[in-house]
Ligand binder design. Sequence first.
Ligand code: XUL
Ligand code: CO
Length: 440
Amino acid sequence: MSAFFASIPQIAYEGPASKNPFAFKYYDAEKVIMGKKMKEHLPFAMAWWHNLCANGKDMFGEGTADKSFGAKPGTMEHAKAKVDAGIEFMQKLGIEYYCFHDVDLVPEDSEDINVTNARLDEISDYILEKTKGTNIKCLWGTANMFNNPRFMNGAGSTNSAEVYCFAAAQIKKALDITVKLGGRGYVFWGGREGYETLLNTDVKLEQENIANLMRMAVEYGRSIGFTGDFLIEPKPKEPMKHQYDFDAATAIGFLRQYGLDKDFKLNIEANHATLAGHTFQHELRISAINGMLGSIDANQGDMLLGWDTDEFPFNVYDTTLAMYEVLKAGGINGGFNFDSKNRRPSNTFEDMFHAYILGMDTFALGLIKAAAMIEDGRIDEFVKQRYASYTDTEIGRKIRNHSATLAELADCAAQMKKPAYPASGRQELLEQVMNEVLFK
Ligand code: XUL
Ligand code: CO
């Protein structure tokens, strides 16, 4: 077996007192929290694109990290070396899932999609062969419909029926490969499904075409035996100025309007939430209360920068509040995909491991603290009491069970003349409770 990371030991749980940079301090896969093992609460996934493909290249400079894995980039030999490196990486960390775009797996042929598709057949055979006997499997697959210049005006939202056929062809093939690799989900991130100016855009036509492409994907996916969730990954902007899947609420409305809500759920990404002017927790809550929380892209943004920085999660407040939502939702069907990348100057193989250890520990700590918040009970009790007038009074119960009329409520108000002030929201107290739980 190839050893790309020979100098890195197997990463084990050593506990918070450990100073070993190659050990987990909080992620203890077998530890049971609220009746479930940590690894079941947190099915972590490696993102093929950031971990095995991205080399730190940005708009201002060349890559800083060597991701050639001993082969020439752009060849099938390199594609296979990435599979070998990825499996070794996941095994060293105890990660059981991966996520991919079609063109993360193989180089795309610029002249003929049939050549690319044959390469995808070859690489998926290779992945199956190499993961046989391991517990590594696919979390979700997707088609990259934003990189190739043909998608400059979008994929489902393109103005060109020819390009639309290529979007369909890529989705069909990516679905074939996802099903072949046992994927639990299939993601649509509408990177260029949006517009720059309304002066040249037929929004209605574009949105109908996107929905129709999704409907055809569902029909095809189900016909080849895909039983998992289709997922929309909302993001408000970047690369397009306006993206149609702005946030969870917008995406849910879209899915319902086009009758796609039975087959689709949402893949919520932390940094996309903050770009939309929301918190990660907000997007998780909106998805969960609508029965639409499917999967998570685990990363964080930078509040000083207005773009999608895809940093490895480090902020324990955010992961605690995220895991609070996940626990309250009863868990997710999908997983936690590290759609996160090393900072450009963190350019060694060691840094790839430090990054995943950081991300996994930050979510594990979030899980531990979220469970502690729920077990502490003060926050839940406060919320319950805050709405007690809807359970403890006759008129409140009538409002909740929809048996009250507007006139009846107006009579009630007339009798009261003036309501009592609503009770304090106690935000500062609750934040103090959270700090107590976090730093106990
Ligand atoms: C882009 C992004 C994508 C999706 C998959 O911001 O998050 O990588 O996760 O296409
Ligand atoms: Co993502």
